[in-house]
Design a protein around this ligand. Structure first.
Ligand SMILES: [Zn+2]
Length: 427
């Protein structure tokens, strides 16, 4: 179906309109119709979401996720683009691997898969990877990250920041001081002491962020901070922005909703890096997302097979799913709270992540002539979360919880990837 009209959709500003799509583009917004009519009354039409932080696991860890299954989960979550983290096997540290990941994304056809390149060879933190070759490759990499690991050597970080400036790139830092977090299992605080689990102190994140915003300032470069998790990190980013440092920051849906109290269950589904923090941190992160200190919501979707999670806490892998639940949590924080609006939702879920990475054709406003990348949400729906959805793994932390909102349709380059909540066969 290359020509259709979404009838009576609600736009982010609250107005209602018909959105006509033809040959992959939005051709009119208003009262006109063309092609097949699709009732969109009661649905909010938004630019397709863009995730800056997704672990698709392929190549190398296909028992957890593949580019195809991860893309399907993304489409069900309203996404039309995801950025695939580099901690695969082999690591995405060469032009060959990033081109392979991009090709797998194109083949799956559910979302635009934009590879992230590793900062250091093999994520070993010792030698810069071929950043220029990845930037010049068919994958056109602009975001580089050793995510899962911190680029902890300040000299390497400084060099990387300077180097990527040449082509408008950005380093995305997983801020975790390694010595302060050796064997860490959960947030360091009252609960970790009570449970006897080794703590991951807030200062291990905050000290790296403080260092890196100063390095970025000295280099005159952009830096992006992955998954802020503490109130102190928010304060540092707020200070850096006020100073004019080119820093952007993300928060995950789980850090906006869940706390370290959940570790009392000893259920490793709640084991994640950085760890779930305290209610005070959650409150600070929510405020920062609303006031613009934090720029985007990024999922850190991290699938793991049962054998990595159905074990005792200390042996379990870090990470949780996020693609199919992120929009619900963003809606809860920004809309249902009464504290913000759909315009801000569009920024944090679509336009700002696209701007940080410079990914073409994504994060664009719904307007005539723009690519038809659209998510349609039923704001009033209530969903009880069960199982892992389209992901190959099941490790989502919201089992049995009721979350607001549901993605009803996702349209990627003018074609339905999700229709009436169900995946459409592609390829
Ligand atoms: Zn990370």
């Amino acid at each position: 179906m290359s020509n259709f009209t979404l009838i009576g959709a609600t736009l982010a500003d609250g107005s209602k309109a018909n959105i006509a799509v033809k040959d992959g583009l939005i051709v009119s917004i208003g009262t006109e119709t063309s092609g097949d009519s699709i009732d969109a009354s009661g649905l909010v039409a938004l630019p397709g979401f863009v995730d800056l932080h997704t672990h698709l696991r392929e190549p190398g860890f296909e028992q957890s996720e593949t580019v195809k299954t991860g893309s399907q989960a993304a489409a069900k979550g309203g996404y039309t683009a995801v950025h695939a983290m580099a901690n695969t096997h082999p690591v995405a540290d060469t032009a060959g691997v990033v081109e392979q990941v991009k090709a797998l994304g194109d083949e799956a056809g559910y979302v635009q898969v934009q590879p992230i390149g590793a900062v250091t060879v093999g994520l070993d933190g010792k030698q810069l990877a071929e950043l220029g070759a990845m930037a010049d490759s068919k994958a056109q990499v602009r975001v580089f990250s050793d995510d899962g690991k911190c680029v902890h050597d300040p000299l390497l970080m400084r060099r990387a920041l300077s180097y990527v400036k040449n082509f408008g790139g950005v380093i995305a830092q997983h801020a975790q001081e390694p010595r302060l977090t050796e064997n860490s299992q959960m947030h360091e605080g009252a609960v970790s002491t009570e449970l006897g689990l080794a703590g991951w102190p807030a200062v291990a994140e905050e000290s790296i962020i403080a260092r890196d915003v100063l390095l970025a300032e000295a280099a005159g470069s952009r830096i992006h901070i992955c998954h802020l998790s503490t109130a102190g990190s928010v304060e540092i980013v707020r200070w850096a922005k006020a100073r004019g440092i080119k820093v952007t920051a993300e928060v995950t849906p789980h850090h906006l909703l869940l706390t370290d109290e959940l570790a009392r269950s000893y259920d490793p589904v709640f084991k994640v890096n950085p760890p779930l923090r305290t209610q005070k941190d959650v409150t600070a992160l929510r405020e920062a997302l609303i006031d613009g200190t934090i720029d985007i919501v990024a999922t850190d979707h991290a699938p793991h097979p049962d054998e990595s999670k159905d074990c005792e806490w200390n042996a379990a892998a870090f990470g949780m799913l996020g693609l199919e639940t992120a929009a619900s949590i963003a809606q809860s924080v920004l809309i249902d709270s009464g504290l913000s609006n759909w315009a801000r939702f569009v920024e944090v879920m679509s336009s700002a992540p696209a701007a940080i990475s410079g990914i073409p054709g994504q994060g664009r406003p719904l307007a005539v002539g723009e690519p038809a990348n659209i998510a349609l949400i039923d704001q009033s729906a209530k969903r009880v979360i069960h199982g892992g959805g389209a992901s190959k793994s099941d490790n989502q932390p919201y089992e049995g919880m009721t979350l607001p909102g549901a993605v009803v349709h996702t349209i990627f380059r003018g074609a339905f990837t999700v229709r009436d909540g169900k995946l459409v066969e592609r390829g």
